[in-house]
Design a protein around this ligand. Structure first.
Ligand SMILES: Nc1ncnc2c1ncn2[C@@H]1O[C@H](COP(=O)(O)OP(=O)(O)O)[C@@H](O)[C@H]1O
Ligand SMILES: [Mg+2]
Length: 375
């Protein structure tokens, strides 16, 4: 099988049907208002308000069971919401089925027809739509090329690897040129190398053909690498909808902060505008008195070699508990006086090699690298 990494050559071609092309202006292509869905009293999706704009590549990110698939199925028309409304391209589709919507879904597990060839699978939707055979052949060829499966056109689905089936499922959905392409954990079954390759191909395909992609994943790295906007879901709700950089650097909630990337979390109190992480690590922070969660990322913490920290820095003493080489960096685990674990990621320099387990060092970080959440 040919899975070597070569740049994609994508031909542009005329719209195969009226569902093609980018949406217009600043009107959202997908708009969800107050959408809820419960299963036997359990709120799988709870009051979703979401606007997706034409050309967006949106990732719906969250842990298993948080409601991602349920949300996607409601956009695709496979499930009806209990409450709320869904508009796609200015049309209220809340009560419409999948066939009436300008969407196509690539399901988890691909959902290919096992008794059909690759070519027949990709052309299936066009055939159902009554398109002439010559046109179907042309569109199938173009989409086979798009996912680099041209040489497998005549194969049976059962003769393909998981990664190849993935490509066929993608080509089948792309062949319809949906205004909104919905993908549910589409790369999850692939091994790491192939997954990364498919991520970059998916980005290239999106850039080349345009349209709006909505991709469900539980993998933060995948969401960040694919999407220009990420909706972080927790327990049926969207906790933040923003760019990957904003989600990472300015998480809206402590759930987002800890789900996305690594985080050191301190549970403490704010009293009269002062937060004390420990007896020594004290800083001013305005807000009501009460419980707070303070977050600092491991890459923002450094070891103090000499001198004392600046006023704009927080410092505390901690003992080295563990040290593990991670390739491009080393992860150090510390325990402070209060028994709290603090993780620090450091570049592999000579100083690092001298640090011994059991040694007590001073850690410091800029005060403005901390994020405080009121609980
Ligand atoms: N058809 C269904 N019947 C009953 N419960 C369901 C059904 N579909 C999903 N759920 C429940 O709804 C919750 C959200 O599921 P799902 O949307 O599949 O989550 P995710 O895709 O984020 O893993 C889960 O608790 C799941 O068990
Ligand atoms: Mg799911």
């Amino acid at each position: 099988m040919n899975m070597s990494i070569t740049p994609l050559k994508i031909q542009s071609f005329p719209a195969p049907d009226r569902r093609c092309g980018k949406g217009t202006g600043e009107r959202p292509i997908v708009s969800m208002r107050g959408v809820r869905k419960a299963f036997g009293g359990y709120r799988a999706v709870d009051n979703i308000n979401l606007e997706i704009f034409p050309g967006d590549f949106v990732a719906i990110l969250g842990p298993s069971g948080c409601g991602k698939t349920t949300l996607l199925r409601m956009i695709g028309g496979f499930l009806q919401p209990d409450e709320g409304a869904i508009e796609i391209d200015g049309v209220d589709v809340t009560k419409q089925g999948p066939a009436q919507r300008p969407t196509n879904t690539v399901f988890q597990g691909y959902g290919l027809f096992p008794h059909m060839s690759v070519r027949q699978n990709i052309g299936y939707g066009l055939k159902i739509a009554g398109r002439p055979k010559s046109e179907i052949d042309q569109i199938v060829d173009l989409n086979l090329g798009l996912v680099r499966m041209t040489e497998f056109a005549g194969r049976n689905i059962r003769e393909l690897s998981g990664g190849q089936q993935q490509r066929v499922a993608l080509a089948r959905a792309l062949a319809m040129r949906p205004k909104v392409l919905l993908l549910d954990e589409s790369l999850a079954a692939l091994d790491l190398k192939l997954r990364q390759q498919m991520q970059s191909e998916l980005r290239a395909i999106h850039q080349e053909i345009g349209g709006t992609f909505v991709f469900v994943t539980h993998d933060q790295g995948e969401a960040f690498s694919l999407a220009n906007k990420v909706a972080v879901m927790n327990k049926g709700r969207i906790e933040q909808f923003a760019s990957p950089s904003e989600i990472y650097h300015r998480p809206a909630t402590s759930f987002v902060a800890t789900f996305v990337g690594e985080a050191n979390v301190f549970k403490c109190r704010r009293d009269n505008g002062v937060i004390a992480l420990t007896e020594d690590a004290v800083f001013q922070h305005s807000g009501p008195s009460g419980d707070v969660t303070v977050m600092v990322r491991p890459e923002n913490i450094k070891l103090l070699k000499d001198g004392s920290p600046r006023a704009s820095e927080i410092s505390l003493k901690a003992k080295v508990a563990d040290k593990s080489f991670q390739g491009s960096f080393t992860k150090l685990s510390f325990i402070d006086d209060g028994g709290r674990e603090i993780d620090v990621n450091l570049g592999n320099d000579a100083d690092l090699a001298r640090i011994q387990i059991g040694e007590v060092v001073t850690l410091f970080w800029p005060a403005n690298s901390m994020i405080v959440f009121d609980e």
